[in-house]
Design a protein around this ligand. Structure first.
Ligand SMILES: [Zn+2]
Length: 204
C-alpha cells in the first residue's frame, strides 16, 4: 500500500469517525431533548391543564359536577392541596357568611341552617375551614386534644379540609342538631366538643 493510499484510508476513517461522532451527538441531543425539551414538558402541562380544566368546567356546570371522597373521607379534589393549604377559590362560602367549606358541605350546611330556622331553631357558625397557621394558633391557645385540650394536631384537623364546622348552639339547637344533623351529613364526632360537627355524608 502506497503512502497516498494510506493517507486516503486515514482520511476515510477520519470522516467515518466524524460521521459517527456527529450521529452520537445528535442522538444524545435527541435523547436529552426528550427529557428536558420544553415542548415535551409543555405537553405534560397541557395534559394537566386539560385534566384540571375538565374539573373546573364541571365545577362551573353546577349539578353536573361529581364529587368524591377518598378512603379517609377527604375530598379527592382537595387532597392534593394538603390540610390547611386549600386556596380560597377551591372552597365555597356558606350562604352569605364569610365561612368556607368544601362545596357540598357548604351547601348542605346552608340548607340545614335555613331548614332549622324555618322550624324556629337558630344555628350560628363559629368556625369552618381553618388554615394550617390558624390550626397552629388554635393549638397554642387551646392545647392539643390528645393532651386534654381542644385542638387537633396542626395539619390533621377536619377543619383543615373544609370538612367540619363549629356551631353556636343553644340547648334547643343542640337537640335539633342531634336529631337532624345526620340527615344533612353532619355528625357530632368529637367528645368534649358538642359544637364540632364533621361533614360525613353517606353519599356525595
Ligand atoms: Zn371544630
Amino acid at each position: 500500500m502506497g503512502i497516498e493510499a494510506v493517507n486516503s484510508r486515514i482520511a476515510d476513517i477520519q470522516s467515518r469517525m466524524i460521521a459517527m461522532q456527529t450521529q452520537q451527538a445528535t442522538a444524545a441531543k435527541t435523547s436529552s431533548a426528550t427529557s428536558t425539551d420544553p415542548a415535551s414538558g409543555g405537553s405534560f402541562a397541557t395534559a394537566l391543564a386539560d385534566a384540571m380544566g375538565t374539573q373546573s368546567s364541571a365545577a362551573s356546570a353546577g349539578p353536573a359536577k361529581s364529587y368524591s371522597l377518598n378512603g379517609k373521607g377527604i375530598p379527592t379534589e382537595l387532597v392534593g392541596y394538603g390540610n390547611g393549604k386549600i386556596p380560597a377559590n377551591a372552597l365555597e362560602k356558606v350562604g352569605n357568611t364569610n365561612h368556607k367549606l368544601w362545596a357540598p358541605a357548604a351547601e348542605s350546611l346552608n340548607k340545614m341552617i335555613s331548614d332549622a330556622k324555618a322550624q324556629g331553631v337558630t344555628i350560628g357558625i363559629t368556625d369552618s375551614y381553618r388554615s394550617y397557621s390558624e390550626q397552629v394558633d388554635v393549638a397554642r391557645r387551646k392545647g392539643l386534644y390528645s393532651q386534654g385540650g381542644l385542638a387537633a394536631k396542626p395539619g390533621t384537623s377536619e377543619h383543615g379540609w373544609g370538612m367540619a364546622t363549629d356551631l353556636d348552639l343553644n340547648n334547643k339547637a343542640q337537640a335539633w342538631m342531634r336529631a337532624n344533623g345526620e340527615k344533612y351529613g353532619f355528625v357530632e364526632n368529637t367528645p368534649r366538643e358538642p359544637w364540632h360537627w364533621a361533614y360525613k355524608p353517606k353519599s356525595v
